[in-house]
Design a protein around this ligand. Sequence first.
Ligand SMILES: [Zn+2]
Length: 203
Amino acid sequence: MLAELSPAVIAEVKLTATLLATKQRICILTGAGISAESGIPTFRDKQTGLWENYRAEDLATPEAFARDPKLVWSWYQWRRQMVADKAPNPAHHALAQWQYHAQTSDQQVTLITQNVDDLHEQAGSSVTHLHGHLWRNRCGQCEIPYLEQSRAAYSKQDTIRFDNKLITCPHCEGYIRPDIVWFGEALPVQAWQTAEEAAANCD
Ligand SMILES: [Zn+2]
């Protein structure tokens, strides 16, 4: 990897590595850029195919789900299908290795992400999700997790799992929605606390 970079960038990377090695408490925040390298489009990318006339900002809201749950659910099923075959890239692996090696040193590496995919987990990281999980679902009404549709339930071969049909909560009459923080919704309390503490206490 380093061979593809200019000498100036390599020097900066080495300097950064030396600097980080001497620090004890590290806090890492990742966002759309790291997953874009794995081929996952960012929210700012124009949508393609069936969804090119929609803006992500108009679909990822509680109001949109209340107005047309089928539309929003179909869009997430499409997004899931799109990322199902995506794999972690060298950046995800590097962070996972860093966390792994930190276990046997006195370094503490807290990884926080704004991404809803599970590429950090696939690489072996322990990660806090600020904006929820693409592969998890919960009831839009009573909020109880809907485990039948977790990551393991989806696979490339099993496209029926990406069915656009709405699912009704077994506990109430609410519709099942992705466990994602939509525009206008509060961040999950526990994840936010973890992120805030890690950021406030890092070196
Ligand atoms: Zn419910």
